[in-house]
Every structure is written in structure tokens, then in C-alpha cells.
Design a protein around this ligand. Structure first.
Ligand SMILES: [Zn+2]
Length: 350
């Protein structure tokens, strides 16, 4: 579940040669979410992500099914469930409905909700073919709501994590054909991985590194400086949730300073900045924007979504994007990793 952390005083930390210093509770609205530390992935799913998930599911699955699959994975992540839960849910969805929201003539109200087709098995409806005793029709017909009901039932099974997927699925579904779920396990597992392995892009494509990560000259530079000009759009590098939108700028005397004007190298703070929490406890930070970012804490973004524009707010000698990557949703000096290496591992050259 999402937890809201309002930190009264954030410990001062050196960030990219820019001292990030707390300005007080009012402006520190940190929002940690997305199953930090949980195994299940999270992806807001660009078109490319959905196609990758559809491919992983196998023949006969398209982007509509991939979208439902991503919802199933996201619902697990939101509950801090391990990846195995999403695999069980998805294998079940594949077997029961081909991951389609199915209406049923025996339940006329099911046609009042968006559906991908119809089925005729008793009075079973929705992706998991749940029967009316599971819950209200509007929940059974909703991809996220029905996944929640599935996970509720799964979590009631003692030791479900250690059960074979087929057995766990059968116990939830009380199916007459438990072995049927086995066919779908491989596709489900591949799709859950694909749903967590979101597309990564260059946040300011075409502009390279002009100051590196923790160089000999700048050992506390916890990110890279990308030499993009003022006004260049800054794009989310991958899908995730916006967890921080803050103006952090102080004068050498420690007084708060505007982020809507240029800062300078004597100042502290990385100006207007945004943090996005991604799957696998990865976090990206984008500093020195020239004006208030266009996203808000709690927003879900996809790779390529506009975050704001390059500027020079805070401790900065001129317009550029200072970009950091952290291996934690609670970033500090020790969690920073080389953005160049990380992006390389995602097949993106900074
Ligand atoms: Zn920098």
C-alpha cells in the first residue's frame, strides 16, 4: 500500500555537487509506494511495453490482454506481493478467460461494464470467471478489482508462496481442471517479467554527458550533467510514480531562494526537481528545472512523459539536466549508482 512520508527535516545530503538541504515539511512531500522491495514489477506501460508483454504471453494475445496483464502485475505490486502472486494470477487469467473481461448472458448486469467478449460458463464473469458470491458485478468486471479479489483469496491460503502455480491457482479457483493451469505458467512468468522490465529512454535525447558521475574532480557528484539547453523538454526515463516535486534552493547564508530564476554555483540545492520511483527499487532524479514541473506527487508516468523543462535553478552554473539514478526509493549518497552504467544496462546510451 502507499504510504505518505512527510519528513520534517530531511537529512542534508550531497547530491550531484548540489547540496540538497531540507526546506521544511511544507515542501517535502515524499511519497513512497510501489511495493518498495517487493518482487513484483510496476510499469505504466507505453505501447512498446505492452507489445513486449503481449509477445511474452504468447500466440493469440494482443495489447488489450497485455494491458490487463499489466494491471494484474500492478495490483500485486500495490499490495507489496511477491512476483509469484502475479504469476499465479496471470496463469489463472490465461486459463479462465484468455485474459479477457467476459460478460455472461446469465448475469445480464455484466453487460453494463466494459468487456472484451462473452462466456457462458454457469454464471461466471470477468477475467477470472468469478461467480457472484465472489463480489459485486462491477468489481468482478473490473480488471483491478477482480485481481484484488483473487489476491485476497490467494493470501488466505497457507504457504501459497511455496505451492506450485497449478496448485495455488486451483485452490483459489476451486477448478475442476487443476492441471490446465500448468500450460500457462511459462507465458505468465515471462509476461510478469516483461511487465516489470519497462522501456527506458534518454530523458533529453541528443544531449550527452558533460560532467560525469563521481569523477576525481567531483567525487560527490552523484549524477551526470546532460548538456541540454534551456527550455528543452525533460522526459520520464521510464514508467513509475512521481514521488517528489520540490523546489530546493538556498543562498550561501541558508535562506530559501526561488527556483523560478537561475541559481548559481555558490548556492545549495538542485532547484526544481522531480523524483520517480520505478520497479525494482530504482529511482530517478531530475534537477535544475527552470520552472515548476508539470507533474505532481502521486502521478503515474510512462516512459517519455513530459516532466518539465531544462533550466538552471539551484546550485548550477548554467542550463543542464542533472540526472541521478538510485537503487532505493529512499535515496541517499550510498544508494546513488552510475547513470551511464545503469542506462547502458537498459540499452540506452547517455
Ligand atoms: Zn550535476
Amino acid at each position: 500500500m502507499k504510504r505518505l512520508f512527510v519528513l520534517g527535516v530531511l537529512i542534508s545530503m550531497v547530491v550531484g555537487g548540489c547540496m540538497v538541504v531540507a526546506i521544511g515539511a511544507a515542501q517535502q512531500d515524499r511519497h513512497h509506494a510501489i511495493g518498495a522491495g517487493a518482487g513484483a514489477g510496476f510499469c505504466a506501460a507505453s505501447e512498446a511495453d505492452l507489445e513486449a508483454v503481449a509477445d511474452a504471453l504468447g500466440d493469440g494475445y494482443g495489447t488489450t490482454q497485455a494491458e490487463h496483464a499489466v494491471t494484474i502485475v500492478q495490483t500485486a505490486a500495490a499490495r507489496d506481493l511477491p512476483e509469484q502472486a502475479a504469476v499465479v494470477a496471470l496463469a489463472t487469467a490465461m486459463q479462465e478467460s484468455g485474459i479477457r473481461v467476459l460478460a455472461n448472458p446469465a448475469v445480464p448486469a455484466s453487460y453494463d461494464f466494459p468487456h472484451d467478449g462473452e462466456g457462458g460458463d454457469h454464471d461466471s464473469i470477468g477475467i477470472y470467471q468469478q461467480r457472484p458470491h465472489w463480489g459485486p458485478v462491477e468489481v468482478l468486471m473490473d480488471p483491478a478489482g477482480s485481481a484484488d479479489l483473487f489476491y485476497d483469496a490467494l493470501e488466505r491460503i497457507d504457504g501459497w508462496e511455496d505451492l506450485p502455480v497449478t496448485v495455488a491457482a486451483q485452490e483459489v479457483q476451486v477448478s475442476a481442471y487443476p492441471d490446465a493451469y500448468a500450460d500457462d505458467e511459462a507465458g505468465a512468468r515471462a509476461a510478469v517479467e516483461a511487465a516489470g522490465a519497462c522501456e527506458w529512454i534518454h530523458p533529453v535525447a541528443g544531449y550527452g554527458v558533460n560532467s560525469g558521475w563521481r569523477t576525481a574532480e567531483r567525487p560527490t557528484h552523484n549524477g551526470v550533467d546532460l548538456g541540454a539547453p534551456r527550455g528543452e523538454p525533460i522526459l520520464a526515463a521510464s514508467a513509475g510514480e512521481v514521488v517528489t516535486v520540490v523546489c530546493n534552493a538556498r543562498t550561501p547564508a541558508g535562506r530559501q531562494y526561488s527556483c523560478d530564476v537561475d541559481g548559481n554555483p555558490t548556492m545549495m540545492g538542485c532547484g526544481w526537481y522531480v523524483e520517480i520511483a520505478h520497479a525494482d527499487s530504482v529511482l530517478t532524479r531530475y534537477c535544475h528545472m527552470g520552472s515548476r514541473p508539470g507533474v505532481s506527487v502521486g502521478d503515474t508516468v510512462a516512459a517519455g512523459d513530459l516532466l518539465g523543462y531544462v533550466g538552471s535553478s539551484g546550485r548550477s552554473s548554467g542550463p543542464h539536466l542533472h540526472l541521478e539514478v538510485h537503487r532505493s526509493h529512499q535515496p541517499n549518497f550510498d544508494t546513488a549508482i552510475s547513470p551511464v552504467d545503469f542506462f547502458e544496462s537498459r540499452e540506452v546510451t547517455l
